[in-house]
Design a protein around this ligand. Sequence first.
Ligand SMILES: Nc1ncnc2c1ncn2[C@@H]1O[C@H](COP(=O)(O)OP(=O)(O)O)[C@@H](O)[C@H]1O
Ligand SMILES: N[C@@H](CCC(=O)OP(=O)(O)O)C(=O)O
Length: 370
Amino acid sequence: MSEREAIGKARRIVVKAGSSSLTTPQGTIDANRIDALVDVLAARRADGAEIVFVSSGAIAAGLGPLGLTRRPRDLATQQAAASVGQGLLFARYTSSFARYGVTVGQVLLTADDMIRRSHHRNAQRTLEQLITLGILPIVNENDTVATDEIRFGDNDRLAALVAHLTRADAVVLLSDVDALYTGDPRRPGVRRIADVHGPADLADVELGGSGRVGTGGMVTKVEAARIAGVPVVLTNAASAAHALAGDEVGTLFHPADARRMSTRDLWLAHATTGQGRVTLDAGAVDAVVRRRKSLLPAGVTGVEGDFAAGDPVDLCDPGGRVVARGLVHYDASEIPELMGRSTRWLARELGAEYEREIIHRDHLVVLTEQ
Ligand SMILES: Nc1ncnc2c1ncn2[C@@H]1O[C@H](COP(=O)(O)OP(=O)(O)O)[C@@H](O)[C@H]1O
Ligand SMILES: N[C@@H](CCC(=O)OP(=O)(O)O)C(=O)O
């Protein structure tokens, strides 16, 4: 069975729709296009598939009601727009799916829900239970409380992580462009790419930025496809039915072997940015990279940046190359005093709470093999 055929027969599918496919240029929900997409999802569901729908559009749908004509730059206004828009969007989905007797459940995730083990299991359980109960989950980032530091920012990678969480068989990304092209399709002379098997197929592709209301453009879609671990089809909302049927539309990204990484590690590696850098001596690099140990204060030789405990930070070898990323247990300002010290010394001199690692191995992902 070809991968296209497998998508046509997939049991569980994550479908993600971008803001531009769901909202009008005036910053309101586009009821007609939402209904048309719901028609397609309901039909595939009636065919026996379990659909998990990742819907963007909260910020874009909140612009009109807030009297804004373009996506705001500042976080507080984005949060306000998302708060208004998410409610409107979900109300529309509720009534649109009700036409088919389908009940929908809203799942708003924060990045923390992917990394903290307890939250991660919780999100997984919630999604699984919704599906078991025959409810169609509609997922978005909880933009109203997300902050710039720890935030997915784009729903393409969120969709890939949801595919891992729900053990989906395929992902369909619906955008305002019908496929990946060799360059920005707003420019002449570009060619559609039908299949992507690996990085070599992308070597000459110019991955441009987003459209008017989207986030991330092609870069985040390619990244999502890389980490999904299952076939990913990229096309536009008008071709959704064909994509779900396994027809030759859009671009098919064939899966790489990403299944071996946990969702949490994938998130750390691909969906976070280091908020600072911690430099390791050679022994610590070996411990962290090769032996997969926690990072102890004794192996740290330098610290840069202004991060807080819980933030993702990059770990660098003595030459300055990033070798791992992890969630740090200390504020940046605390580390100079701990550097080079044994945990026993720290516990004796500073108190028992300083006996802990700089980064625990469970909160650490290696980014390069040594
Ligand atoms: N190589 C490319 N192939 C296809 N589209 C591209 C490419 N480079 C940039 N783009 C742009 O990416 C946009 C889609 O990304 P985005 O606006 O983030 O969409 P969405 O809201 O659906 O997530 C398209 O409108 C297109 O103009
Ligand atoms: N969570 C945000 C969407 C962010 C995003 O990825 O947007 P898009 O590129 O349109 O899929 C929102 O609902 O506005």
